[in-house]
Design a protein. Structure first.
Length: 79
């Protein structure tokens, strides 16, 4: 397997990952009183692990996420 520069790349240990979409809560407060007005929930997906670096996404890498119905594509951002 080769990377974009033609160098030998590290083999991906497990090319398919099964994750679960969960949610994060966001607290909305009244700016005058500081009290919570409401709490909203939003879909959330967390990616972490050594496999990200193996796939060419070391810490600090900028990414672009393409969104389609039922599909997300994550690619390194071209600077």
């Amino acid at each position: 397997m080769f990377d974009k520069k033609g160098k030998t790349a590290v083999a991906i240990t497990k090319p398919v990952r099964r994750l679960k979409v969960s949610y994060v809560r966001k607290r909305h407060e009244d700016p005058k009183t500081g009290y919570t007005r409401r709490i909203s929930r939003h879909a959330s997906l967390t990616l972490n692990g050594d496999w990200l670096e193996q796939a060419g996404f070391p810490t600090g890498t900028a990414v672009n996420v393409s969104v389609m119905q039922g599909k997300l594509i994550i690619e390194q951002a071209i600077e």
